[in-house]
Design a protein around this ligand. Structure first.
Ligand code: GLU
Ligand code: MG
Length: 457
């Protein structure tokens, strides 16, 4: 970060400060997501925003070594008491929070005191992935589906709505709440496409429009924190945890991704399965191939593996299918005639205990590796893989994805493509934090895990 850039930021921040003050903002929450998928924050009064935007706000690098239940891990590259970073708000994404009157939100990039990007910064990682994509003249669009459960009680979970799955009764019960969620998101310039009651008790879902990867990850953070704030105003708690009550159906964090070149969607108009072009097919094949390792980033908590079971549309098999909701990678074409706009791929195994920046970065790195290797997709699976015999799955090359955080972490550690792309420090810290979580829950029952992490995400 040079002098010129700091001057530019100071000017822009002064303009923003006037705007924010005019809209009744008294403070700005500077937010980043840690390696365990938890949003952490430091806030400044609006009068200090210009200074914060120019020189940053101090924060310890120890936050890289937090588990979701706030244990600090003594990691190889993080976890000690020494050192300091600077949180610099992204001035293009400062948003006034309708559901938290008086507050604005800004996602931050974390810099060293020397003005270099911190090697473990996850927004920086995603920016790197996007830049690499651009080297092949490619861009990506992405969107996270947000599923959440509302509850009334902190200890014994009591769902905040009683009506049936997808039921209009459940919708009616909470229609005022849902209207407040919609209007808060609209006021914050989030483009909502759909909102509905989901399957699990007290569960809802919102989907938002696809945007550039960094924008999509920021939006997923903003949407969740907005839903959380609106919930509290309605006397409810919101949980985005992969499994709120053990044995139930979980909260997914499915990612929709599409690859574009010169304004053309590469998921349609090609000769591959479902009209996918060679490039997008190789990209999808790269993602599919690296999924076991990718789960340590995209389904990174002990609770993730309570969700990743067959028959819950969480898609725990390493398979690709056309509109198959039990295939980890689902090819989507959209309606006949609309493919060039709508076609994309959905990765269903992922959940919202993931750091969304790292999650998208890992998908892009895996996909680009597939493109550069010229991979092809295996045969599409058009049934629930769980209904096939073991021999049939073996014949078709359909493997069960990691069934535990240990298996996923081992796969990540052994994955040269992802660990190289993440950089040795960040990759090692992710492994250190996962191993601490594994040890923490070594003797825990499923119910203990679900309860311990219920309100962490
Ligand atoms: N709740 C399911 C999950 O855990 C997904 C249901 C759906 O396909 O929307 O991923
Ligand atoms: Mg859903």
């Amino acid at each position: 970060m040079d002098r010129h850039e700091r001057d530019r930021r100071a000017l822009e921040a002064a303009r923003l400060t006037r705007q924010l003050t005019g809209r009744g903002v008294v403070g700005v929450a500077l937010v980043w997501v840690d390696n365990s998928g938890v949003s952490r924050t430091k806030a400044v009064p609006v009068e200090r925003f210009e200074r914060a935007a120019t020189w940053g706000v101090g924060a310890s690098p120890v936050f890289d070594a937090f588990t979701p239940d706030d244990t600090i891990v003594a990691g190889r590259y993080a976890g000690g008491p020494v050192g300091d970073l600077r949180l610099l708000p992204d001035l293009d994404r400062v948003t006034v929070l309708t559901a938290l009157p008086g507050w604005a939100w800004a996602p931050v990039d974390r810099y060293t005191q020397d003005g270099d990007l911190h090697p473990q910064d996850s927004r920086g990682l995603l920016r790197r992935a996007v830049t690499q994509l651009a080297e092949d003249d490619l861009t990506a669009k992405a969107a996270f589906e947000i599923e959440w459960v509302i509850g009334r009680d902190e200890d014994d979970f009591v769902p905040g709505a009683r009506g049936p799955a997808y039921g209009f009764t459940r919708f009616t019960e909470q229609s005022g709440y849902l209207a407040d969620v919609l209007s808060a998101l609209r006021d914050q310039d989030v483009r909502v496409e759909q909102i509905h009651p989901e399957y699990a008790a007290g569960q809802f879902e919102v989907s938002v429009a696809a945007e550039d990867p960094l924008g999509a990850a920021d939006t997923s953070v903003l949407v969740r924190e907005t839903i959380r704030a609106v919930s509290m105003r309605h006397g409810l708690r919101a949980s985005f945890s992969p499994m709120v009550v053990a044995g139930g159906v979980g909260n997914g964090g499915h990612v929709h991704l599409s690859l574009w070149r010169e304004g053309i969607n590469l998921h349609s108009g090609g000769d591959g399965p479902c009209g996918i072009t060679d490039t997008a097919e190789s990209f999808a094949a790269g993602v599919l191939e690296r999924l076991p390792a990718l789960l340590a980033v995209g389904a990174p908590s002990a609770a993730s593996y309570l969700r990743l079971v067959p028959g819950a549309w969480a898609a725990p098999f390493q398979a690709v299918g056309y509109e198959n909701r039990e295939a980890a990678v689902r090819l989507i074409t959209g309606s006949l005639g609309d493919e060039s706009c709508s076609a994309n791929l959905e990765v269903k195994v992922l959940d919202q205990s993931a750091n969304p920046y790292q999650c998208l970065a890992s998908l892009l790195f895996a996909g680009m590796w597939g493109v550069r290797a010229g991979l092809r997709l295996p045969e599409l699976v058009d049934v629930d893989p769980a209904t096939l015999s073991e021999e049939e799955r073996l014949r078709r090359g359909i493997r069960r994805l990691p069934a535990s955080l240990t298996e996923a972490t081992d796969a990540f550690e052994a994955d040269g493509v992802l660990t190289h792309a993440f950089g040795s420090e960040l990759a090692a810290t992710i492994v250190d934090v996962r191993r601490a979580e594994i040890a923490r829950f070594a003797d825990a029952t499923d119910e203990d895990i679900a309860a311990a992490l219920r309100w962490a995400f």
